[in-house]
Ligand binder design. Sequence first.
Ligand code: SF4
Length: 217
Amino acid sequence: MKWSYSSLSLFQQCPKKYHHLRVLKDIVEPQSEQMRYGLELHKAAEEYIRDGVDLPPGFEFMRESLEQLKALPGEKYCEYKLGLTRDLEPCEFFADDVWWRGIADLLVINGEEARVLDYKTGKDKYADTKQLEILSLAVFKKFPQVKVVKAGLLFVVHTNFIKAKYEREKEMELWKKWLPETNRMETAYEKNVWNAKQNFTCKAWCPVMTCPHNGKR
Ligand code: SF4
């Protein structure tokens, strides 16, 4: 089993949907307009900070926020790929024994302090900092000198910034919250049991048409 924050979230929402989309891969979700826009925005931000490529006309609104990020002291890594093994050792993103994978939109390492930034195109009322937490835990593994991670969700369209802070001394405490969740996923793999779990996507957004709970049938 390999997991990321998004795959764990999908599993938690509905194991049956997860099984089709991520294990069997017999259903491919079409790319929505929102997803395409998010990819273009991430690419524009990455190239602006890393390579100094000017922003495309449609993304001018991000300039001020990105300039502030560019001015942060420290080594900057854009779209930085992190991996952990099952023993929570750092590894390459595509290593054979990778267990968890995550990508930081922007990672800044400045001595004992790191920053982890995630760009969001949606509305800040849906802010979910859990993704920042797991990325920060991986940063502690990969960069042993880092003692504190100041993380944030940057809502570039709605210009808001949701902050979170993680300290190395609380690392194991935080992992204790994640491991039971991943254990449930591992059990599903071992037993090959993928129960349907009804949720808000059943009515109109789930692509699993064979499921009796699908509202589009
Ligand atoms: S319709 Fe609902 S219960 Fe069925 S697979 Fe989709 S999300 Fe799961």
